[in-house]
Design a protein around this ligand. Structure first.
Ligand code: CTP
Length: 449
C-alpha cells in the first residue's frame, strides 16, 4: 500500500484545494492530510485564517479523498510524520516548488501543479473588504509598526497624519504610503481604522475624534492617562459599534498567552506573587524625560508589568503604593509599584535611569515560573519546582517587532470576531490606566493628567 501525505491550512476551502487532494489521493492508495492549527499558522506568519480548525477538517472530510486527517502544530513535524506513518510520497502544490526537497531523504517528494487563479488569500480579500488603516503620529513606534502591517491579511497601511506635515511626508515616503496629511478630516475620509502612535498626552483627543468619525481605533499604551477617560472612550466605542483596543503588544503575543494559560492552570499551585521588571536606559532631550509630556518610567513602561499583574491576579487589587526617585525636573527615573491582592502580592519595577534584569517571576504554592528577559517579548519560560527534575521549559516565537499580533486581533475584531477581545479587556485596560493615573497624581511631584 502506497501512503501519501500532504499538508495545508485549507482555509475557505476552494477548488484549488479540492483538485490538490484529488490528485494527491491518486498518487497512492492511502491519503493522510495534515491540517495546520491556528497557532502554528500564526507561528509561520499566516495571520487571520478565517475558518476554525474543526471547520477546515470538516471541509476536507467532505471531499472523501482523505483516509486520515491529522493536525500539524509544529515545525519539524513533517519528518516525524513521514517516519511515524511510513509515508511513501510527500506532496504539496507547486507554489512550494523546491522548498521540501530536503524530505527526499525520507520519501518521494511530488509537487503538484497549483490551480491557477484561486487561493484562500484571494477569497479572504474578496469576501472581507480590506480595512484601510491610517496612522496618527510618525515617530519611533509608528516606524516599527509600519513594516509589520504586511504580515496581517485584510488590511493595508494607506496613509499618515501628523500636525507637522514634513514629518508626515517623510514617513509616507519611507514606507511608500498613498498619502500624508496634517488635516484630520481628510485623513479620516481615507481610512476605516486608525493606529494612534502619537505622544501620550494627545491620545485621548485623537481616540475621541477617531471614534466620533466612525473609525476603529488601536491606540498605543498608555491609552489614556485617566481611568475615567478610558471608561468614556470604551463606552463611546461600544455606542458606536466600533473596536477600540489598547496596543500593549505583549497581551496579544502567542508566548505570553501560553504563559498565562500555564500559570493559571494550577501547575505552580496558587499564584502568590508576581514580579515584573522593564527598564530601558535613555538620555537626552527626549519626550520620555519631559514633565510636560508626562514622561517618566511609569508612563513609558509600566503598562507592560501592570499587564502581567492584572492578567495573573485580576483587577481587584486591595492596596496600591510605590517608591520612586525622580530627576531634577520631577520625572521618575525608577519606580517600584506594589499592588496588594487578597492572598497575593505583586511588584512592577520600571526604570529609565536604572538598568535591571527584565524578567518576570510568578511564584506559587507549588513552584514558580521564570520568564527570561525580555519577558514582554515572551519567547522562553520555565516552570520550576522544588524537585528540579520536574522543571519544564517552554519556547515560542515572537515574530519581528511583535506588533503584528495586536494588529491581527484588531482586524479580526473589526471583521466581527469579538471573542478575540479577551486578550486585553476594557476592564483590564481601564485598571492599568487607572493605576498609572493614581501614580501621576500622587507622585512626589504631582503632574497634571
Ligand atoms: N493549492 C493548490 N492550488 C491553489 C491553492 C492551493 O494546489 N490554487 C494547494 C497548495 O499548494 C497546498 C494546499 O493546496 O498544497 C493547501 O494550501 P493552502 O496554503 O491551505 O491554500 P492557499 O489557497 O494557497 O492559502 P493561502 O492563500 O492562505 O496561502
Amino acid at each position: 500500500m502506497r501512503k501519501v501525505i500532504t499538508y495545508g491550512s485549507f482555509d475557505l476551502f476552494h477548488d484549488g484545494h479540492y483538485r490538490l487532494l484529488q490528485r494527491a489521493k491518486e498518487l497512492g492508495d492511502y491519503l493522510i492530510v495534515g491540517v495546520t492549527t491556528e497557532k502554528y499558522d500564526e507561528y509561520r506568519g499566516k495571520m487571520n485564517v478565517v475558518n476554525s480548525l474543526m471547520e477546515r477538517i470538516e471541509n476536507i472530510k467532505a471531499t472523501g479523498f482523505a483516509d486520515e486527517i491529522i493536525i500539524e502544530d509544529h515545525e519539524g513535524q513533517k519528518v516525524e510524520d513521514i517516519q511515524k506513518y511510513g509515508i511513501d510520497i510527500f506532496t504539496v502544490g507547486s507554489d512550494w516548488f523546491g522548498k521540501f526537497d530536503f524530505l527526499k531523504q525520507y520519501c518521494d517528494v511530488v509537487y503538484l501543479e497549483r490551480t491557477k487563479g484561486i487561493s484562500s488569500t484571494m477569497i479572504r480579500q474578496q469576501a472581507y473588504k480590506i480595512i484601510r488603516l491610517g496612522v496618527i503620529g510618525s515617530g519611533r513606534i509608528a516606524a516599527r509598526f509600519a513594516p509589520e502591517v504586511k504580515y496581517v491579511s485584510g488590511t493595508n497601511l494607506e496613509g499618515v497624519f501628523n500636525p507637522k506635515l514634513e514629518s508626515a511626508r517623510l514617513f509616507a515616503e519611507k514606507f511608500e504610503l498613498k498619502f500624508h496629511t496634517d488635516e484630520l478630516e481628510s485623513f479620516f475620509d481615507k481610512v476605516d481604522a486608525v493606529y494612534i502612535a502619537s505622544p501620550h498626552n494627545s491620545h485621548y483627543e485623537y481616540i475621541r475624534k477617531s471614534l466620533e468619525a466612525g473609525k476603529h481605533v488601536l491606540c498605543e499604551k498608555p491609552m489614556v492617562l485617566q481611568a475615567s477617560q478610558a471608561e468614556e472612550v470604551y463606552q463611546l466605542a461600544r455606542d458606536k459599534g466600533l473596536v477600540l483596543l489598547e496596543a500593549i503588544k505583549t497581551a496579544y503575543a502567542p508566548g505570553f498567552l501560553q504563559l498565562l494559560a500555564i500559570a493559571k492552570s494550577g501547575r505552580i499551585g496558587q499564584i502568590r506573587d508576581v514580579e515584573a521588571t522593564f527598564t530601558k536606559l535613555v538620555s537626552g532631550d527626549i519626550r520620555e524625560l519631559r514633565t510636560e509630556e508626562n514622561g517618566g518610567s511609569v508612563t513609558e513602561l509600566a503598562s507592560y508589568p501592570l499587564l502581567a499583574i492584572v492578567k495573573l491576579l485580576g483587577t481587584d487589587y486591595l492596596d496600591f503604593r510605590f517608591d520612586s526617585f525622580e530627576d531634577e525636573n520631577g520625572v521618575d527615573l525608577y519606580t517600584k509599584i506594589y499592588l496588594k491582592y487578597k492572598g497575593a502580592t505583586s511588584t512592577a519595577k520600571v526604570g529609565l535611569g536604572v538598568k535591571s534584569e527584565g524578567q518576570l517571576l510568578i511564584s506559587g504554592t507549588q513552584g514558580y515560573i521564570y520568564v527570561e528577559a525580555p519577558w514582554w517579548k515572551t519567547q522562553f519560560f520555565e516552570v520550576r519546582h522544588e524537585k528540579q527534575e520536574q522543571n519544564e521549559k517552554f519556547f515560542s516565537k515572537f515574530a519581528g517587532e511583535g506588533l503584528r499580533y495586536e494588529l491581527s486581533d484588531f482586524i479580526s475584531m473589526i471583521y466581527g470576531n469579538e471573542r478575540k477581545g479577551y486578550k486585553l479587556t476594557p476592564k483590564e485596560s481601564i485598571a492599568i490606566n487607572g493605576i498609572i493615573e493614581t501614580f501621576l497624581t500622587n507622585r512626589l511631584t504631582p503632574t497634571k493628567v
